[in-house]
Design a protein around this ligand. Structure first.
Ligand code: B12
Ligand code: SF4
Length: 487
């Protein structure tokens, strides 16, 4: 359906429809596909009782992943966090376009939908779904553009399914791609040569989302991009660069003021990545009386002032990548600045500030053997970690880990649908693939038994609601995993 709110009459028209039959003739000679599109949009628009030359319709689609445990939509249509990419693309689209966002996790894709052009995003694990959707629309003669972290790493693969790909951040090139499309001159690739300027960033079009889907995580927001570090397995630096970019605090606050609730999740990779900026941001957040969470490196604990401000400004929980209890593993993955000997003290300090910790751990690194699961479990219980998230090492295309494992001939499965960090797709060194898989299930289920949740979480009333919510959510995931004994 055309979103009438967004389909404002426009002054600028699609080149294929704006001028005269002469321009149609030009398109015929240019390529047959454009002609098909012309007649299709004309037919569809007339059906919808609108002047076919009044708008160009962009349909943005979020694909799905059937296998993973994350980002699911429940039977009653609810999910976790809003993904900011498509609302951001919508915000970057000129006002005279009609834009709609379709969440394919919750709604079936209608290949007869009114669309002149379809834009598709996706994590690696969502790419099989993304490609199937792209193929479906192209069969109907609709132009497809794809973007995002996976497509940027392997654009040639995506181009088998898409007419064009956006490599890197959309901010610098999206306008040009749309303009070229209107003029029937869409190129195959649009590469962002520069990283986007964080001042004056487009405010994501959350109005295009079905808010009822997001019970707890509608309010995602971004204050920084990039990461000063470069861990081997992570796709962030190759995509967003090592330069840590920050949005003016005033703009972040203005965006927050546009919401009508007080719970936020900053999707930043490391909200505390630049302590001076973080302190300025936290100072400005404090009077707003928010509750928020984000990701941060463990270095947060080293700065007492930063930690205090994090808590005072409403930071209720922090997602920390501990990754491994083996310093050798951390050194090898270029995350040696995470110092395992400081972990316990850092956890104590963060808890002392009243902040809940959601720790993240990766298994299957070269220094891991079968004992890694029990050791990590004991550590989590001993430190009273509020919640923990586990991952099987996954070689995302474009990362150093991918290149190394590829070179060593250790990638055993290239079905991208399995790249959701819960399935083994490579040959580990210190254990068998089966041991790795079972150990992952075992630690997830063990961490989230009712008894162990109680042991970890009942250390006072402060922040208990958050602990309860996090553990409830992870327990639900854990219970979907096989109950493996004898790890
Ligand atoms: C916040 C976050 C989460 C949150 C919230 C997820 C959410 N709903 O947003 C949580 C913690 C739940 C999460 C979970 C997971 N995440 Co996550 N997450 C992120 C993080 C830090 C930020 C995402 C974000 O909002 N970015 C901001 C938006 C604006 O950027 P963007 O999506 O890249 O979009 C820009 C461009 O890519 C481009 N673009 C994107 N799509 C399209 C489409 C078109 C048509 C066009 C033109 C352009 C375009 O334009 C946008 C503007 O420039 C990223 C890392 C990162 N910095 O991006 C990892 C990241 C995306 N996550 C990752 C992964 C693997 C996961 C998990 C599978 C496992 C995990 N790590 O826990 C799950 C899966 C969740 C799911 N299926 O929903 C990986 C993906 C790697 C890959 N190749 O697949 C990343 C890159 C981190 C990493 N370590 O490498 N994640
Ligand atoms: S894992 Fe975290 S610290 Fe390492 S490069 Fe990625 S975002 Fe930065």
């Amino acid at each position: 359906m055309l979103n009438k709110k967004t389909a404002k009459p426009k002054t600028q028209r699609l080149a294929a429809t704006v001028t005269s039959e002469a321009s149609v003739a030009a398109i015929i000679s240019h390529n047959l596909k454009s002609v098909k599109r012309y007649f299709r949009s004309r037919r569809l628009a007339l059906k919808g009782n609108l002047c076919y030359c009044d708008y160009v319709k962009l349909l943005l689609i979020l694909p799905r992943n059937e296998r993973g445990f994350w980002g699911k939509v429940s039977k009653d249509g609810k999910t976790g966090f809003v993904r900011l990419n498509l609302p951001t693309i919508a915000a970057l689209t000129p006002k005279d376009w009609a834009v709609e966002i379709l969440d394919a996790r919750a709604h079936p894709v209608d290949y007869g939908a009114k669309a002149d052009i379809v834009g598709i995003t996706g994590f690696t694990a969502e790419m099989p779904s993304a490609y199937a959707i792209a193929d479906g629309f192209r069969k109907k003669g609709v132009t497809v553009v794809m973007g995002g972290v996976h497509v940027s790493a392997v654009p040639d693969e995506a181009l088998v399914h898409a007419d064009a790909v956006i490599i890197g951040e959309a901010e610098a090139v999206w306008h040009k791609a749309l303009e070229d499309f209107k003029n029937g001159k869409l190129k195959k690739t649009y590469k962002a040569e520069t990283l986007c300027e964080m001042k004056g960033m487009a405010i994501p079009r959350r109005d295009l989302l079905d808010r009822r889907m997001y019970v707890s995580g509608f309010n995602t927001i971004q204050a920084t991009r990039g990461c000063p570090f470069n861990c081997d397995y992570c796709a962030v630096t190759m995509f967003f660069g090592t330069e840590f970019r920050v949005r003016p605090v005033k703009e972040v606050i203005a965006e927050i003021r546009g919401f009508d609730t007080r719970n936020f999740f900053f999707v930043d990779d490391n909200i505390a990545g630049r302590p001076k900026y973080a302190k300025e941001l936290f100072h400005a957040l404090a009077p707003l009386k928010l509750n928020w969470g984000s990701q941060a490196s463990i270095t947060l604990a080293k700065d007492p002032e930063l930690l205090e401000l994090y808590a005072k400004s409403g930071g209720r929980y922090v997602f920390i990548g501990f990754e491994s209890l083996s310093q050798k593993n951390l050194e090898k993955m270029h995350k040696g600045w995470n110092s395992t000997k400081d972990y316990k003290e850092a956890i104590r300090k963060i808890h002392g500030a009243g902040i809940n910790i959601l720790g993240s751990f990766v298994f299957g690194l070269d220094d891991d053997d079968k004992t890694v699961f029990k050791n990590t479990f004991d550590f989590i219980m001993e430190t009273g970690m509020d919640a923990a998230q586990f991952h099987i090492l996954t070689p995302f295309p474009g990362t150093v880990t991918y290149n190394v494992l590829e070179k060593e001939g250790r990638i055993t499965d290239r079905d991208w649908a399995k790249y959701h960090t819960g399935e083994v797709v490579f040959q580990p060194k210190g254990m068998t693939a089966e041991e790795l898989q079972n150990g992952y299930y075992w630690i997830f289920r063990s961490t989230y038994t009712i008894k162990n949740i109680m042991k970890r979480c009942f250390r006072g009333a402060r922040g208990l609601t958050y602990r309860a919510v996090m553990n409830y959510a992870y327990r639900k995931k854990a219970l979907r995993m096989p109950d493996v004994k004898g790890v």
